[in-house]
Each structure stands twice: as C-alpha cells, then as structure tokens.
Design a protein around this ligand. Structure first.
Ligand code: SF4
Length: 347
C-alpha cells in the first residue's frame, strides 16, 4: 500500500540540513521527535487496544505525525478528545465515498511551475515546504504529490521570474504542507526575493505551526518576518478552543508585534467542532490571542475524510446559532471551495 504524506520529503531546497555540530532550533528538534507510530500514540494517550487496528490502517494511507507540544493538549484516556480526533487515523478512512476524490480542488491543473499554484486573480500560492508539523486526517492535500512539487533552487528562480513577469500579481501566499516547516535561512532568502518584486504588495503565510509547536515563533522567524517591506498576513489554522493554550497566545502576540495581521481559518468537522459551544469558545479564544476568525470551511471532499462531513443545512444552522452569541467581528464566514471557481463560495 502506498503511503502518501507531506512529510515523506524530509529535505527540500527550503529545508537544507543543519551543518554538523550546529544545534537545531528547539522547534526543529520537536518536529523531529514527533510521534509517528500509531502504537506509541495509543500507548501515550492510554487508549484501549480497540483503537490500534484503525490507527494502523489509516497510518498506512497517510502517516501519523503528532508533536509533543500538541499531544500535551490532548486528554489521556479520552478517545473522543477533539484534538485527538484530528490526528488519530480510523478505519473509516478506508471507506470509498461517492464524490470524494484524491484532488478535490483540482489543483493539479493550476500549477504552471513546480511548487506554484495560480488559480486566483492577483494571488499566487507557493509551496514553500512539503512538510507539516502535524498530519490532520481531514487534510484536502493528504494525497497531494509534494515530491513532484518540491522545486530546486533553480526552479525557485523560475518561479520568481513568473512572479516578476506577471505584474497583476499583488500577493504571494506561502503554503505547503506548512511553509514554516522550512528553515529560517531559506525562508528569509525567499521573502527577501519576494520583497524585491516591486508590484508585490502582500505576503500571506498559511500555517498551523505556531498553533501546533508555539516554539516555532522564535527570534529568527520574527527577524525575517519583521524585516520585509511587504504587508504581512498570517492565516493560522485552528479548529478547537483547546488548541489555543497560553503558549499559543504568547507566540501569536510576538507574531503580531512584527506588524502582521493574524487571521484564522477552521474546518467544520464532525465530532470535533460541530457544536455551538465549541465554535463560540473558539472565536473568543482566538480573539484573546489577537487573531480574528476569518473562514469556517465546510469539508473538502477528499478521499478518506468523509466521516468528518457536516451537511450544509447543519452548518447553516450552526452559523445562525453563533450569530446570536457572538459580535459580528468574531463571526467567521462559512465557505466552500469549489474546484474551478475563482473565489470561495459563501454558504
Ligand atoms: S491541514 Fe494543514 S497542517 Fe494539517 S496536514 Fe494539511 S496542510 Fe498540513
């Protein structure tokens, strides 16, 4: 059976190895020490043996990856913990469900250069790292061919030329995987190159790393992010209030001090945040961390994730109930991404 995973590629042009004798930063050591064995995950969280076969089966399709900083926020002995459900593979991932595909957003047709996706006007998405800090079971890119899209340094120049030549591009979006899984020296280089393209106005970074390993927000990252002349937007990915602990709040406060605008996107997930209490508390907690709720996505129909689906009708009902509890500025927009559409579709 083929295991497809963003983390199959450990070293890419934006993730060059640390020289011998140099101690890796704390976040890289945490990333390297993440749990990648279903048995260890079940043992550490005191889950009964009944969960192991499903975990092993799902792991064979898309491997487990759970760093300690995330594990620490999961309640041991509770198989229904909302953070655990995001990372624990289940037998249900083997189910073939009609309409669920390997590339639900049809991204393969929007890749004019290696590692570059250009599907929205004025914005391009750069795959800055194939790795993630955590492997989320519902991920719409769980089957994405990262290996084919990891550009070499020469191919990065080619990608940068594409951006230089198209003056309609205003915004570069660093994505992945998780772009902050790339090392700081390389990210600093890339962001400097982007800053030198005069028609580019904004740098957007889509990342889950500050939530999963808050130590990722260290002085080196703050250095290159703070230096760029580009306007900065960091879009975090958080699905449940239990993810936002004090360390995350501190990390986000430091990110904000670089002048970055912090937004959050979530995915509406069955059994994780499909209730008014969780969604209300998520918005409140995000705001405590200086983050504004941005999008609440309905699930992208990626093969292996159908058990997370929440119907449109139920999603709209949840939004109605949320509107009665939250001020407008804490309301995320409920959206769906539809392959071929040039913008997200509000529901
Ligand atoms: S949802 Fe984001 S962080 Fe999670 S596996 Fe997918 S790309 Fe990585």
């Amino acid at each position: 059976m083929i295991t497809r995973s963003p983390i199959d590629v450990q070293t890419t042009p934006l993730q060059d190895p640390v020289s011998p004798g140099t101690r890796k930063p704390a976040w890289q050591r945490q990333l390297a020490g993440a749990i990648r064995d279903p048995r260890v995950l079940c043992e550490r969280l005191r889950l009964s043996d009944a969960w192991l076969p499903g975990a092993e089966t799902g792991h064979s399709l898309f491997e487990i990856r759970v760093p300690e900083a995330y594990l620490a926020r999961i309640r041991p002995g509770d198989p229904h913990d909302p953070l655990l459900r995001q990372v624990l593979p289940l037998n249900a991932e083997m189910r073939q469900s009609p309409g669920y595909t390997l590339d639900p957003l049809n991204e393969a047709v929007h890749t004019p250069k290696r590692g570059l996706i250009h599907k929205y006007h004025g914005r391009v998405l750069l795959i800055a790292s194939p790795a993630c800090a955590v492997n989320c079971r519902y991920c719409f890119r769980r089957h994405f061919p990262y290996t084919e899209n990891a550009p070499s340094r020469a191919q990065w120049q080619d990608t940068l030329d594409y951006l230089r030549e198209d003056t309609s591009i205003r915004e570069a979006i660093l994505s992945g995987g998780d772009p902050l899984a790339a090392n700081d020296r390389q990210l600093a280089w890339l962001v400097e190159q982007l800053g030198a393209i005069s028609h580019l106005k904004r740098l957007r970074i889509h990342t889950r790393l500050p939530v999963v390993i808050p130590d990722r927000v260290d002085p080196k990252l703050l250095g290159w992010l703070g230096r760029t002349r580009l306007q900065k937007v960091v879009v975090l990915h958080t699905n449940h209030p239990n993810e936002v602990d004090d360390a995350v709040i501190k990390a986000c406060t430091r990110l904000k001090e670089t002048g970055a605008t912090l937004l959050n996107q979530s995915v509406l997930l069955r059994g994780i945040n499909d209730n008014v209490a969780a969604l209300t508390s998520l918005s409140e907690r995000l705001f405590e961390a200086g983050i504004l709720p941005y999008y609440l996505h309905v699930l992208d129909p990626v093969q292996g994730a159908a058990h997370f689906d929440v119907s449109d009708e139920e999603a709209r009902g949840l939004m109605e109930a949320l509107r009665e509890r939250l001020p407008g500025f804490l309301m995320p927009r409920l959206v769906r991404e539809i392959a071929g559409k040039t913008a997200k579709t509000p529901l």
